[in-house]
Design a protein around this ligand. Structure first.
Ligand SMILES: Nc1ncnc2c1ncn2[C@@H]1O[C@H](COP(=O)(O)OP(=O)(O)O)[C@@H](O)[C@H]1O
Ligand SMILES: [Mg+2]
Length: 151
């Protein structure tokens, strides 16, 4: 299920008027939900004026986070939204689940570490693609990852 809140901002003169202010929430239960999160990310980052290359990269990061949730936690939620910091505009992705959590975060962040016999490049590439990356995970309690990219 996807819910979208959209607010067009139109501030006073002499300020750069930003096109979109939007929050997209995608509940993840299977891979088709992950595809929806990826599609929504492409649409939002395009509307925000990210380059086509960055649209694809940010969508790839969302794909990795969404796939991890479906695969390791079974279900969870991704929130994609516009954020501002002074005159910077960016996109924030929050991936949250209440799955098994990650016992050793340093190990999980290493290239080619995988507990599931796959490539183990997901989290390292998300960190590389995005400008900011915060991971919080506790065994048995779940995982929250917040990543931002500024335009
Ligand atoms: N949401 C999550 N919940 C629990 N464990 C996770 C989650 N995301 C990642 N992990 C753990 O971190 C490891 C590394 O993830 P990643 O870099 O995406 O590689 P891969 O998915 O190919 O294993 C996974 O193998 C898994 O053990
Ligand atoms: Mg992965």
């Amino acid at each position: 299920m996807v819910t979208t809140q959209r607010r067009m901002t139109n501030r006073m003169t002499n300020e750069i008027v930003s096109g979109v202010s939007e929050v997209i929430r995608v509940e993840l239960n299977d891979t088709s939900d992950a595809a929806l999160a990826v599609y929504s990310t492409r649409r939002l980052t395009a509307a925000m004026g990210f380059s086509v290359t960055n649209q694809y990269l940010i969508a790839a990061a969302v794909s990795e986070l969404a796939t991890n949730i479906v695969r390791y936690a079974g279900q969870g939620k991704i929130t994609i939204k516009t954020v501002r910091n002074a005159d910077l505009e960016g996109v924030e992705v929050e991936a949250r689940d209440e799955g098994p959590g990650i016992a050793d975060i340093d190990q999980a962040m290493q290239e080619h570490f995988s507990s599931g016999n796959s490539l183990g490049l997901g989290l390292p590439s998300v960190r590389r693609i995005m400008d900011e990356f915060i991971i919080d995970s506790k065994p048995g309690r779940g995982t929250t990852i917040i990543a931002r990219k500024w335009r």
